[in-house]
Ligand binder design. Sequence first.
Ligand SMILES: NC(=O)c1ccc[n+]([C@@H]2O[C@H](COP(=O)([O-])OP(=O)(O)OC[C@H]3O[C@@H](n4cnc5c(N)ncnc54)[C@H](O)[C@@H]3O)[C@@H](O)[C@H]2O)c1
Ligand SMILES: C[C@H](N)C(=O)O
Ligand SMILES: [Mg+2]
Length: 372
Amino acid sequence: MKIGCPKEIKPQEFRVGITPNAAQEAVAHGHEVLIETGAGVGSGFDDAAYEAAGAHIIGSAEEVFAAADMIVKVKEPQAIERKMLREGQILFTYLHLAPDPEQTRDLMESGCTAIAYETVTDRSGGLPLLAPMSEVAGRLAPQVGAWTLQKANGGRGVLMGGVPGVGPARVIVIGGGVVGINAARVAAGMGADVTVLDRSLPRLSLLDDLFMGRLKTGYSTAGLLDELLPHADMVVGAVLIPGAAAPKLISRAQLSVMKPGAVLVDVAIDQGGCFETSKATTHKDPIYEVDGVMHYCVANMPGAVARTSTIALGNATLPFMLALADKGWRKACAEDEHLLNGLNVHAGKLTYFAVGKALGIDVVSPSVALKS
Ligand SMILES: NC(=O)c1ccc[n+]([C@@H]2O[C@H](COP(=O)([O-])OP(=O)(O)OC[C@H]3O[C@@H](n4cnc5c(N)ncnc54)[C@H](O)[C@@H]3O)[C@@H](O)[C@H]2O)c1
Ligand SMILES: C[C@H](N)C(=O)O
Ligand SMILES: [Mg+2]
């Protein structure tokens, strides 16, 4: 199979979908790997590293899209990339379709077969292709939140760990999954007073055991948030209902009970955001203020630490990319229900129920799509 990897074009996105090591494995499996020139530079991989791995360097994204049977990327295809997709072509990347009707329409119109990293599952109920980037974004969240808390950036001028004689920042993490646990770990490590809220009691139990009194846990309800918000310096939004639009857990009205200069970091913004006042921002212009409360809502946070993120993502995607290339998407998905769970669009039809529900579009079950 011809596997193509274009350079990412989302603003300030420096990750790349295929590392030289992954390219080398694909070549060893008998595939041809086409990398757009410069695609890896933002992650520290120059064209020569790909050539040494046996890949071909291609001059433009247009040529990569035209030649490849499967496109492997990081971010959802941007409008100009969507025009280059064609019927029968496999697209393997993050999609986050629930909050994105335009992208969904374009992917359906293209006729391509789109497999979304974020809905591929594993045996233990996890999301193995989302997890590495959730680890990164979770660890980044207190870091960017701490920067936003600085007075010059609009924050209330509170130091995460405080100092002797002055208490630490109070951080609430809503959602104790992969993002949440990593955010809690770094916030606690910075010395903050951390509370994690979740709706899964087993998850709260795990957090309680792991952190041994270093953080507090709470069962996530609107009432508990009402109690906690007036005291919070930072709230990290880290909830997920796989594939679905994020539930809105803090309304605009609730901002009025928060302290001026408190900070909301909405990591769940890629699924539409879990605060009513969230709107996606970029690394170049990451923060804005609403009713005195600072918001950080970058939907591609791991792009900021592209080297770490590209390698971590590549480690996770490699076996799935090889399965798709070796067997073709039908056989690969027929033999692996977890990969089939990644199928979001095929031949003009939407194949993921939570996306269909969010966007009001009819869905064909992935097992039916497999046979079409
Ligand atoms: N902005 C970015 O750059 C970036 C990067 C990586 C991940 N993400 C996003 O972060 C979000 C979280 O991802 P994850 O991997 O941690 O997911 P996860 O499935 O590991 O964890 C989500 C947690 O949310 C909990 N939850 C669901 N509804 C809740 C509610 N009402 N209140 C409290 N908890 C609730 C679940 O029980 C689960 O523990 C996703 O939207 C993911 O796409 C964003
Ligand atoms: C998954 C997340 N939206 C990312 O960009 O890595
Ligand atoms: Mg180009």
